[in-house]
Design a protein around this ligand. Structure first.
Ligand code: PLP
Length: 448
């Protein structure tokens, strides 16, 4: 029984669950989508909160630039570029036997400095905010100071009295661990069984304590939370509920707006922007989507992509049960090569806050991820980890949908011809070369 109902009765109420249980690739376009102006209030956060986060990241830029020289070119701002993907688009359309409409682009978060994934947004932001809160309260910093002063033995000794803990499938741990250790915090990362060995090794090399679990992400998070609860000096980064993480991700949107304008791309009612976001627990894609809705309103259409083995957000939102159900409740194993997306229970906060703002959700098999991993490298020279490929099929899913979604929200053929489709490429540049070769070999074998 799941929440007082049998699986059969859940499937009778929500036939889509049959497809999830059968691990079929599927798409669901949200019939409950609401006008942005109305639904934004559901989130409980505002444009002022995002602006506050953005200003905080600006304050830290001189420090970031000093301690992470790879951010010098961007003045200490952790940001990635956008890249057109014409060859990948042609291949995607051919594979789906689909007439092309609009243009496919990539948001290259795989190349984000410091930790090589989208977690360099929210994860690093939350650690910086915590450090700022502590230093301001102790009278060691004012917001008008040059934050480069945080790069000192005295400040590292100050932060060294405090701990930061997080549960992670890998990439969040990398971001939190590297940033915390750099500031001087005692950092511990609780890693789920699916976390890659190289991510654990890298963290240990940075002096971070890595605690390993035989079980999945939810258990690693629960253990991290438990450690922090019994220790007032310990800040727990709560991937399932943190508004701080969420706001760190949301800052991406104003920067994307500038990049899109600089690339000569128009986004308005006649020129829709579709954004395809790989979803694990939901904080990363949720935060980015929230920022995008603030910036572009009804002109942006955000769609989440999950592995067929871990469709936690689709399951939670579709049934309205959010974090009260897990994929394992339905016999779905949560075992996937997309380690950043290996989450069985979605964030309740994100699912509820965003349910009227997201256009849709779809699932992809690991084989699909590997095929596009190889194709993205072969056709566009871009190397990403499996999770980061989840968004590639989104354009085809939208163009092929037969659920009445495009008609319902006025996406005419003319508008679709003007559309920009942006795949959020969430991670990969830090994958060790031998590991990347193994990913590519797997993808090429599936293409052959
Ligand atoms: C964490 C992660 C995601 C998804 O972010 P969530 O906040 O867990 O939904 C997507 N791709 C990669 C590479 C990630 O590391």
């Amino acid at each position: 029984m799941i929440l007082g109902k049998t699986i059969e009765s859940w499937c009778a109420s929500y036939p889509l669950i049959n497809e999830l249980i059968a691990l079929q690739e599927t798409s669901w376009f949200n019939p409950g989508i609401a006008p942005t102006a109305e639904a934004l209030a559901d989130v409980g956060l505002t444009a002022a909160d995002v602006a506050d986060a953005s200003a905080r990241l600006d304050r830290f830029a001189s420090y970031i630039m000093q301690v992470f020289p790879e951010t010098r070119a961007s003045g200490g701002i952790i940001e990635s570029g956008i890249l057109p993907m014409p060859k990948l688009q042609a291949e995607l359309m051919a594979r789906h036997d689909q007439e092309s409409a609009g243009q496919l682009w990539l948001k290259a978060d795989c190349n984000l400095p410091i930790s090589g994934s989208i977690k360099a947004r929210g994860g690093i932001y939350e650690v910086l905010k915590h450090a700022e809160d502590l230093a301001l309260a102790a009278g060691l910093l004012t917001i008008d100071d040059d934050y480069a002063k945080l790069d000192s033995d005295a400040m590292r000794a100050f932060f060294g009295q405090y701990k930061v803990a997080v549960g992670s499938t890998g990439n969040l741990g990398l971001s939190i661990g590297i940033m915390s250790a750099q500031l001087g915090f005692q950092a511990s990362v609780h890693m789920s069984a699916d976390a890659r060995q190289w991510k654990k090794d890298k963290l240990r090399a940075h002096g971070v304590t890595v605690v390993e679990y035989e079980s999945d992400y939810s258990v690693a998070v629960a253990q991290g939370r438990k450690q922090a609860e019994s220790d007032p000096s310990c800040h727990f980064v709560d991937d399932e509920n943190s508004t701080s993480l969420f706001l760190g991700y949301a800052v991406a949107a104003e920067r994307l707006q500038r990049q899109i304008a600089a690339a000569g791309i128009t986004v308005d009612a006649e020129h829709p922007l579709f954004v395809y976001l790989p979803c694990g627990v939901g904080g990363g894609p949720g935060g980015v989507a929230f920022g995008l809705k603030l910036v572009f309103g009804d002109a942006v259409h955000c769609i989440f992509a999950e592995p067929t083995h871990s469709p936690c957000m689709l399951l939670g939102v579709h049934t309205g049960m959010h974090d009260a159900v897990s994929v394992q409740d339905f016999g779905i194993d949560n075992v996937t090569a997309a380690d950043g997306l290996a989450v069985g229970r979605a964030s309740g906060f994100v699912g509820k806050a965003m349910q009227r703002l997201l256009d849709g959700y779809y699932t992809v098999s690991d084989e699909t991820l590997y095929r596009y991993l190889a194709l993205a490298e072969q056709l566009e020279g871009i190397r990403m980890e499996p999770s980061a490929l989840a968004g590639v099929q989104g354009m085809a899913r939208v163009l092929q949908e037969t659920q009445g979604y495009r008609a319902r929200i006025g996406l005419s053929a003319e508008r679709m011809a003007n559309a920009t489709h942006l795949v959020w490429g969430t991670g990969g540049s830090m994958v060790p070369p031998a590991e990347m070769e193994a990913y590519l070999a797997k993808g090429r074998a599936l293409l052959a």
